[in-house]
Design a binder for this molecule. Structure first.
Ligand code: MIC
Ligand code: SF4
Length: 645
């Protein structure tokens, strides 16, 4: 083999089983660090409690509370107490509500070059900005990693984005991420790890790299990585963690399966239009579009550098009368530093509404736009209904474009603004770790019990597949269905993330409100879908809730990576058409039969008979040995039961 890429080096150093020279083959990886957030964490910790360990086996595991922070009833607060009690018992750091968004906060305080990080959140790749192999997964897979088990992925292909030139003022890392999405789409990264390299990247500091690594998720990539270099060292030193730095770079003769060139001298401010992060155009193309709302923050753009830049643009000015502007700092560290520098005052005086250091509007946790409203956000996703307003029109852009838009009340290209001084890299961050509750000694922890609130209901458990499964095609959907379609989020629904029966009432609600009732009435269901089914969030609720509603198989043109792993963990069969055109031959409501199922799990092919139409359709079931074993048992929980006894 020739020289290695950064990702190949990280995989090789953590390889438990598999061959890194065979793209697409199963590789099992040792995981050094994990993170969870509260919207997926309850599931992960319910699974962990079933695993029979005393303390987590990782070097560092952190439980963040950042998603479900509106406490309109007891539910979210109960879940926070449950997670805090699990953290105390199992040796996990607990990051209190208000301490910050998991990815921003983890980057600041725990991320380390050369380590693996598995997070129950799809934007975990943000850690790639520090030279980590950071991947998103379902909560059950994260629980397995906490218990010392390996994490399985298909060995990805290597993509390199080779960057030359220099960013002009007010053109940013976010525009680089959006430009890549414009070029390769929300499917373009599937099966790849993306490495950003070249002289144009060497000049970017860690927060800028973090924005790019974060949005690599939107391309469908397994993760994104950057070298660990002088900029990484500088960031860790400023965090008081100089000793955590190690150098990491690709070999000069490393081979890439795909190389994309990007010249920053040609780049302009970019914006993604509703309802997909790859519907990207130049900001100047939609300049003047009236905006009702501007939201600045999220794990993509809530660093100190981003918010100092926004403050510099807004300093001494007032936002347009017709706009409501929210700013959610990424962490308490960011907020505290903004307050020390005086930038917070600039933001307040400009008319911004300062929200909590949390995900907030990004996940529809408050601040939903007015009906039909245009919301211009620095976030990473603009899927239909995600803002909490079904007909909301959400656009994604840089903090610079968002600030300019807030000033003028309409989409505004920041390149038309008077220039401000460049924001220098921070020499020393205001480090204050009081928002974390650190693990206590193991012997003390062993005496503790966990606190299950009344909102926490048991996980639904799958069942071993029969040789023949009869089911109704209760739902047929198109391409690029996101987990936000399957299991919507938002302030009203998120409190039920640990209550699957209640959550099930909202399954597929944004596209078909009657689905849950129909599914229950039909008993057993097969969902038919197009390509890239299950893109977006890592939420395993998008598998567990359909399981609860009687879904036995999903038959599609292709799956997104994390979602297909979640389906397998839940015991739902992820099947693909041998001939994509067969998608058109099945209609919603048809009676279907899967035959040769158990045998098909081994040989990879299963036949679907459309009993209504009287036709046979060949399907593929592409699994590695581990996935096959999981499905044969009826999912991860059943597999663990079988293997622990
Ligand atoms: C998201 O951005 O969609 C989330 C909310 O952070 C999810 C996790 C979840 O659904 O809880 C993600 O990206 O994985
Ligand atoms: Fe939170 Fe939004 Fe980031 Fe998801 S994408 S972790 S909801 S800020």
């Amino acid at each position: 083999m020739s020289g290695l890429t950064i990702a190949q080096k990280l995989i090789k150093a953590h390889l438990v089983a598999g061959d890194i020279t065979v793209p697409g083959s199963d590789v099992a990886l040792h995981i050094d660090q994990t993170l969870t957030q509260d919207a997926t964490g309850t599931m992960a910790y319910l699974a962990l409690e079933n695993m029979g360990i005393d303390q987590v086996k990782t070097e560092r595991s952190v439980a963040y509370i950042d998603h479900n922070t509106l406490q309109c009833g007891f539910e979210n607060a109960d879940d926070h107490r449950f997670i805090q009690s699990v953290a105390a018992k199992y040796g996990i750091v607990y990051s209190r509500p208000g301490n910050g968004i998991c990815h921003q906060t983890h980057l600041e305080r725990f991320g380390k070059p050369g380590k693996t990080l598995l997070g129950s959140d799809s934007h975990t790749p943000t850690g790639g900005a520090l030279g980590m192999l950071a991947m998103g997964a379902g909560g059950m897979d994260v629980a397995v990693a906490m218990a010392g088990g390996a994490y399985h992925i298909r060995m990805p292909k290597m993509m390199k984005v080779n960057v030359t030139g220099t960013l002009r003022p007010f053109v940013t890392a976010k525009d680089m991420a959006l430009e890549l999405l414009r070029r390769i789409s929300v499917k373009g990264g599937v099966g790849y790890i993306i490495e950003w390299a070249g002289e144009g990247v060497e000049r970017l500091d860690v927060p800028q790299r973090a924005t790019i690594a974060n949005m690599g998720t939107e391309t469908g990539a397994t993760t994104t990585v950057f070298a660990s270099d002088e900029k990484t060292k500088q960031f860790l030193r400023a965090q008081g963690r100089a000793e955590d730095w190690t150098e990491l770079s690709s070999d000069a003769d490393a081979k890439y399966d795909l190389v994309i060139d990007m010249d920053l001298n040609d780049l302009h401010p970019m914006i993604a239009c509703p309802h997909s992060p790859d519907k990207v155009v130049r900001v100047s193309e939609i300049q003047g579009l009236k905006a009702d709302q501007v939201c600045i923050g999220s794990c993509t753009n809530s660093s100190l550098r981003d918010l100092e830049q926004v403050a510099a643009i807004l300093r001494g000015k007032t936002i347009a009368d017709t706009v409501s502007l929210s700013i959610s700092p990424g962490s308490r560290q960011v907020l505290s530093q903004l307050s020390r520098s005086g930038a917070l005052n600039d933001l307040i005086h400009a008319g911004a509404r300062i929200l909590e250091c949390a995900c907030g509007p990004c996940i529809g946790m408050g601040f939903s736009p007015n009906s039909g409203g245009v919301s211009v956000r620095t976030f990473n996703r603009n899927f239909l209904g995600r803002s909490g307003t079904k007909d909301g029109q959400v656009y994604l852009c840089s903090p610079e474009t968002a600030a300019a838009t807030a000033l003028f009340g309409c989409v505004t290209d920041p390149e038309t603004l008077p220039k401000t001084d460049p924001i220098p890299a921070v020499e020393q961050f205001a480090v204050d770790d009081t928002g974390f509750i650190m693990p206590r000694p193991a012997e003390e922890a062993a005496k503790l019990t966990t606190v299950h609130g009344v909102n926490i209901k048991p996980l639904p458990v799958g069942r071993a597949p029969e040789e023949e499964i009869d089911a109704i095609a209760t739902l047929k959907v198109g391409d690029d269905i996101t987990t936000d379609h399957i299991m919507p989020a938002g302030a009203k629904i998120l409190p039920y993330r640990s209550n699957v029966p209640k959550l099930s009432e909202y399954c597929f609600g944004v596209i078909d409100e009657s689905f849950p009732e129909r599914a229950k009435a039909n008993g057993q269901t097969i969902i038919i879908g197009g390509s890239n089914y299950g893109q977006g969030s890592s939420r395993e609720h998008a598998a567990l809730v359909p399981l609860y509603l009687g879904v036995r198989a999903i038959v599609v043109k292709s799956f997104a990576r994390i979602h297909s792993a979640n389906l397998i963990n839940a015991g739902i069969l992820p099947l693909t058409f041998v001939n994509a055109a067969d998608y058109d031959r099945i209609d919603q409501g048809d009676s279907l039969r899967l035959s040769g199922v158990r045998e098909g799990l081994s040989c990879g092919s299963i036949t679907l008979t459309d009993l209504t139409k009287g036709i046979d359709i060949p399907l593929k079931c592409e699994l590695d040995d581990y996935q096959r074993a999981l499905l044969q048992c009826g999912g991860l929980m059943k597999y663990m039961e079988a293997n622990n006894n």
